[in-house]
Design a binder for this molecule. Structure first.
Ligand SMILES: [Zn+2]
Length: 78
């Protein structure tokens, strides 16, 4: 039986990109945005309102957030 050696973790390109949360128009909900190294902003059609919002990367989903965390989130531009 082999034990994993310390310091031999693989940090390859297969590692998923970092994701950040941005607050949307609906209180208590945040949009999960993948960090885009190119800095290209994208628009996504919002399921909560008739507008689309501009976020700094591709949208990976939505997440319900608690109030304390919600306050710290940045707003997305419409
Ligand atoms: Zn919206």
């Amino acid at each position: 039986m082999r034990k994993p050696q310390p310091g031999t973790e693989l940090r390859s390109a297969a590692e998923p990109p970092a994701q950040v949360l941005f607050r949307v128009c609906r209180p208590g909900w945040a949009v999960l945005v993948e960090k885009n190294p190119a800095g290209v902003s994208t628009r996504f059609v919002c399921p909560f309102c008739p507008h689309s919002h501009r976020v700094p990367g591709p949208v990976r989903g939505f997440q319900k957030v608690r109030r304390a965390k919600w306050i710290k989130l940045r707003r997305v531009a419409e």
